[in-house]
Ligand binder design. Structure first.
Ligand SMILES: C[S@@+](CC[C@H](N)C(=O)[O-])C[C@H]1O[C@@H](n2cnc3c(N)ncnc32)[C@H](O)[C@@H]1O
Length: 246
């Protein structure tokens, strides 16, 4: 749902000519004859967004989300005091300055965009115990040694709740925490605001607001309970919700 899937090779049976409306002459939809060898290529829109555009957009006075996300990360760290943490969708490392290395000795940063991770390494390479992994949170091969706290801020809106939340949960060590930041629905414009950073508009198509009650129910079924929550209002009538689950 959150990635564009483009056909590279289509193999259609030559025995079934195509009618004027794109259907087979016997009336069946042509897609039913497309071979199982149909190949797919995934293009995540985040790969096309320079970090300067993302951070510039998020820091604009009318958006104002970057410092709030960093502050919510600080709240989660202070509450959980984890000896290890994973930040899913770490972007440029927003909030890593709040990590107390005397408490948190292993820091795992994950992002799909390798250029973002290069910048995290440049900014925070001196942080002891920093590990950076370029991988897709929705992928099948998402597997790391578990951590005491997984922080997933404004990522499920882009990656969806399916495989992404399963992968996030699999990363939580026994007795650990999952910390989630979601954008709340509001009266104002939802999703990605229109600003001078045109590249950010490519995210609009896949952005979906996530219902926090649905997340609570889903995590409840997996044995995770909400133990702490925070709300923060943002410019333009938007708001963030932090939920820490144990
Ligand atoms: C809105 S930003 C996250 C903000 C950040 N967590 C913070 O608190 O400032 C979303 C990040 O998730 C990354 N991302 C999006 N889809 C992803 C996926 N499927 N797998 C891994 N990272 C992904 C993007 O590259 C981007 O850095």
């Amino acid at each position: 749902m959150n990635s564009r899937w483009e056909p590279i090779v289509q193999t259609v049976s030559p025995l079934c000519p195509v009618g004027p409306g794109g259907e087979r002459e016997d009336g069946a939809p042509i897609l039913s004859r497309i071979s199982a060898t149909y190949k797919l290529r995934m293009a995540n829109p985040w790969l096309g967004i320079p970090l300067e555009d993302y951070e510039g957009h998020m820091s604009l006075p009318d958006v104002g989300q970057l410092p709030v996300l960093a502050e919510l990360f600080r709240c989660a760290l202070e509450y959980c005091r984890p000896e290890s943490v994973a930040v899913l969708g770490i972007a440029g490392g927003n909030g890593l300055e709040h990590i107390d290395c005397s408490v948190t000795e292993r820091i795992v940063g994950v992002d799909i965009n390798p250029r973002y991770l290069d910048e995290v390494r440049r900014r925070f390479g001196a942080l002891a115990g920093l590990e950076l992994h370029c991988c897709d949170l929705t992928g099948r091969n998402f597997s790391f040694a578990p951590v005491a706290m997984v922080h997933a801020a404004l990522i499920f809106e882009h990656a969806g709740l399916g495989a992404a939340i399963e992968n996030a949960l699999a990363l939580v060590a026994p007795g650990g925490n999952l910390s989630i930041v979601l954008q709340l629905p509001g009266a104002a414009e939802q999703g990605v605001a229109s600003t001078r950073y045109a590249s950010m508009q490519s995210l609009k198509r896949d952005f979906v607001l996530i219902d926090r009650d649905k997340v609570r129910r889903l995590l409840g079924l997996k044995g995770f309970q909400l133990v702490r929550e925070e709300n923060r209002s943002l410019p333009a009538g938007k708001a963030f919700w932090l939920g820490v689950f144990a």
